[in-house]
Design a protein around this ligand. Structure first.
Ligand code: ADP
Ligand code: MG
Length: 839
């Protein structure tokens, strides 16, 4: 009954071949697949722990029954077996490596080494310095609590728990934010502005004081010196707790005079000379710190910390936890790893924390970035798959007389892009699964007509439709446009906003409920509980990024699986789109209707305001109109910014007394807003002074100048939106960006607008400058908090990870087949993503 240890890879290969042949119980040279495994599990290898024997007997039995199993059960059995073999292989490896570790420990006092067989990277010998000082009786287990680690007591464990680190596993997956390469440092005399550098120097002075302007801001100033010169650096600690004496004591003891410090950061010039911008600081030769050799001359990981936890604590804890990587099973199957040239998980974890050299660090980072994207894509694609499985009740027939008569009413020809997108949509509507499509199109590309065609197709099939816009201004505008078209086709449409009168509102509610009213346009008022539809077939959401996820979902729930069409004029870069709504299909309207001209965009400094006012006057004299936009409504105490309310008064009285100036901002009542807009529309006011409420959608074609004050305060995409308010007619139009900041970064950012009118390009640049969170406005962005991955830098890895995730989901979207991936996914879902992306 006893035998040699089986050849695990041979077994795995056999399983793979059977899978590839569709579970047909393949005939091998000697045996059938099922016979081979019945025999294999019928004997116990000598190395098999007794506890496993029962399991082997069970498997032998199951395989003998394999020919009689249904396809699904065969699949299940193979998946189970694969998993099991993986485990066994692992156990034996762990036993081996533990033995090896013990031997080496005896041999060498200074270095603790163990080896892990690595498929692609041959055999790596890992060296963990200083571990000899740590008594390693057992390799730590993944689930083990931190206080059980050597040198980590209850207090340190509590501190680490503040970082969300409770188990060994948590530690291993706590990736550093970056690395300092102490191997390639720079002397102080060689610093140049705009370089990112590491210097190693001695602390000459360390002072701290509370900011004179803000009593909750503590400033730490350290003067560093090396053989070549001297440098003053500052770090800022915002928050009342940092101004306490206790904290000052902590800092004083952290950077004692005479200690060696490594500082890493961006070199900047201020009025006192060169400095490092809020640098990462590491004390290297802290007296009595045994871990100093972990840093000097190495590529050192830098971890995100909170007030009370020291970098050295985290680093030490992670080093002690590292041997546990032998228990890490790589959820990514070998095949995928090879295909995408990924380092094995345990090697990656090892090297991210303890890089042996730069090349391995790069590979480690690549693997872990891949994982961050991969699990996110798994979640997105899984949702998408599930959505595809729900049935849409509405099966709409496209074409028909409504669309025909609409195309006769339209005064223009649809652009090719519009036609293509309409085709996408009509095709979706005919499916029995609900459409979930995002139409991205630059400002003025004509998304509204596209939506109208979708709406008409819906009405044609006897279903109702709803169009939701983020502001009353926009809803009203849509309503007016639709009304003009619908009147000609004898179709009713109503407007529902929070300012709709009670009686009217009740009337609309009841007509929606009976189905008598086929289309309603509105704002958030549409998602009130009292609004019910008889048969809602299509939901259109304009400027969808202005709505939260729940708001969109709420409107959707008013029908039974209605089709959903979302539209946005703030195109987002592809990487971001795939990350936050990879579960949507995306169509792009990538051309503007013919005859649109380029809006001449000019960046102006405060001194050039005269030029702006002259241009405005010239245009108004020729019968044109002007927007002037401010970032704030009223003057604020803390910010020195021009505000809409004050400036409107000043401009009216001092600058443009000969013209009428209107005012529009978010705190006005809706009837006031309506009045302001309609006066501007009718050219009763020539200048509309406003906040960004005009940003989305406002369509007044006689306006030719857009002046934006403090433009450095806005994102590029938002400025592009604002600019889109002009150039809507045939006349030449201008966008003037006032930039009062001297910050060269702001200048450079704004230059993008001078050079480009392409919304996609602009949003890409916006993301580069400000990061994805900023681009979307964090609270509803749903951009997950990646540790290593970066949407700007890692687009290629994202695409690969998406492809890999697709392979996995296509094989089995429930992930039963990929149980390790499923487990890992669950772990990440609970820990790393904090639910942000799972909405
Ligand atoms: P957006 O995509 O910014 O929502 P709109 O749908 O408001 O753009 O369209 C902007 C303007 O262009 C509207 O006045 C609309 O009637 C007009 N328009 C739309 N499509 C075309 C076209 N194919 N040719 C000419 N004008 C068009
Ligand atoms: Mg629009």
């Amino acid at each position: 009954m006893l035998d040699e240890t089986p050849d695990w890879s041979r077994l795995k290969r056999a399983l793979s071949i059977e899978v590839e042949h569709g579970f047909t119980n393949l005939m091998g040279r000697q045996y059938r697949f099922s016979e081979f495994f019945t025999l294999t599990f019928g004997k116990f290898p000598r190395s098999l722990p007794r506890s496993e024997r029962l399991r082997w007997q069970e498997l032998a039995e199951k395989f003998s029954n394999y020919p009689h199993l249904k396809l699904q059960d065969r699949q299940h059995l193979i998946a189970q077996t694969r998993q099991y073999i993986h485990q066994l292989k692992f156990q034996s490896r762990v036993i081996e490596s533990n033995q090896e570790a013990k031997i080496i420990e005896k041999d060498s006092e200074s270095d603790y080494q163990y080896r892990i067989q690595n498929t692609k990277y041959t055999t790596l010998a890992y060296t963990i310095p200083s571990l000899s000082k740590v008594t390693l009786r057992h390799t730590p287990r993944l689930g083990q609590k931190l206080q059980e680690l050597p040198k980590i007591g209850v207090r340190k464990a509590e501190n680490l728990a503040c970082l969300g680190l409770r188990t060994i596993r948590d530690l291993l997956f706590y990736y550093p934010r970056g690395h300092i390469d102490y191997a390639s440092q720079v002397n102080i005399s060689a610093l140049r502005p705009a370089d990112t550098v590491t210097i190693v120097a001695i602390v000459k002075r360390c002072n701290f004081h509370v900011s004179s302007r803000n009593k909750n801001l503590m400033i730490l100033e350290i003067v560093l010196r090396d053989n070549t010169g001297q440098l003053k650096i500052s770090r800022f600690f915002a928050g009342a707790r940092f101004t306490s004496r206790g904290w000052q004591e902590v800092l004083r003891s952290r950077y004692p005079v005479g200690s060696t410090v490594a500082a890493c950061g961006l070199v900047k010039r201020n009025k006192y000379g060169l400095t490092l911008d809020n640098p990462e600081l590491e004390v290297l030769a802290h007296p009595g710190d045994p871990l100093d050799s972990l840093t000097i001359g190495r590529v050192v990981p830098i971890y995100k910390l909170t007030g009370g936890v020291l970098g050295s604590t985290v680093r030490q804890a992670i080093i002690s936890a590292l041997p546990a990587i032998v228990y890490l099973q790589d959820p990514l199957p070998c095949g995928l790893r090879e295909k995408y040239e990924l380092m094995e998980l345990k090697d990656a974890i090892y090297n991210i924390h303890c890089p042996t050299d730069n090349e391995l660090l790069q590979q480690a980072r690549r693997r872990l970035v891949f994982d961050e994207f991969f699990y996110l894509q798994i979640s997105i694609l899984q949702r998408r798959q599930q959505a595809k499985q729900t049935k849409a009740t509405a099966i709409l027939n496209s074409g028909g007389h409504l669309i025909d008569s609409f195309s006769k009413i339209l005064p223009f020809q649809l652009t090719n892009s519009q036609q293509r997108v309409i085709k996408d949509i009509l095709k979706d509507l005919q499916q029995s699964t609900p459409m979930n499509r995002l139409v991205q199109g630059d400002v003025g590309s004509g998304k509204t007509v596209v939506a109208v065609v979708a709406i008409l197709a819906t009405l044609q099939s006897g279903y109702q439709a709803a169009l939701m816009a983020p502001t009353e201004v926009l809803a009203e505008q849509h309503y007016q446009k639709l009304l003009s078209w619908f009147n000609l086709m004898c179709l009713p449409v109503e407007l529902l906003t929070s300012s709709t009168k009670m009686l009217k509102r009740k009337h609309i509610h009841s007509r929606l409920e009976t189905g008598e009213l086929p289309l309603v346009v509105g704002t958030h008022a549409l998602i009130q509980d009292t609004v019910k539809f008889r048969q809602l077939g299509l939901v259109v959401i304009d400027e969808q990024h202005r709505f939260g996820v729940e708001q969109r979902a709420k409107l959707q729930q008013k029908g039974e699986q209605p089709h959903v069409l979302t539209m946005t004029a703030t195109p987002i870069p592809r990487t971001l789109a795939l990350t936050i709504h990879g579960d949507l299909d995306v169509s792009q309207i990538d051309e503007l209707p013919p005859g649109r001209q380029v809006i001449q965009t000019t960046l102006l400094s405060g001194q050039q305001r005269r030029y702006a006012y002259d241009l405005i006057r010239r245009e108004i004299v020729q019968g044109r109109q002007v927007y002037i936009v401010f970032p704030l409504i009223e003057e604020s105490e803390t910010l020195d910014l021009r505000s809409a309310v004050n400036e409107q008064k000043r401009l009216q009285e001092k600058i443009f007394p000969e013209f009428q100036l209107g005012l529009l901002h978010g705190r006005m009542s809706s009837s006031e807003k309506e009045e302001a807009i309609s006066k501007f529309r009718g050219n009763q006011t020539q200048i509309l002074v406003s906040t960004t409420v005009v940003e989305v959608g406002l369509d007044i074609s006689n306006a030719t100048v857009m002046l934006i004050e403090h433009s450095e305060r806005f994102g590029l995409s938002q400025l592009h939106q604002l600019r889109g308010r002009v150039g809507r007619g045939t006349a030449k139009s201008y966008c003037l960006l006032m930039n009062s900041s001297k910050n060269p970064d702001a200048q450079q950012r704004l230059k993008v607008l001078e050079q480009s009118q392409d919304g996609f390009f602009i949003s890409e640049m916006d993301m580069r400058f400000r990061g994805p969170g900023q681009l979307l406005g964090t609270q509803q962005s749903g951009v997950p908090d990646f540790t290593l991955a970066n949407l700007v830098e890692h687009e290629d890895i994202l695409m690969l990870a998406r492809q890999a995730a697709q392979t996995v989901i296509e094989t089995d979207s429930t992930l039963e087949y990929w149980c390790l991936i499923k487990e890992e996914f669950k772990y990440r879902y609970e820990r790393l993503m904090g639910g942000a992306i799972m909405t």
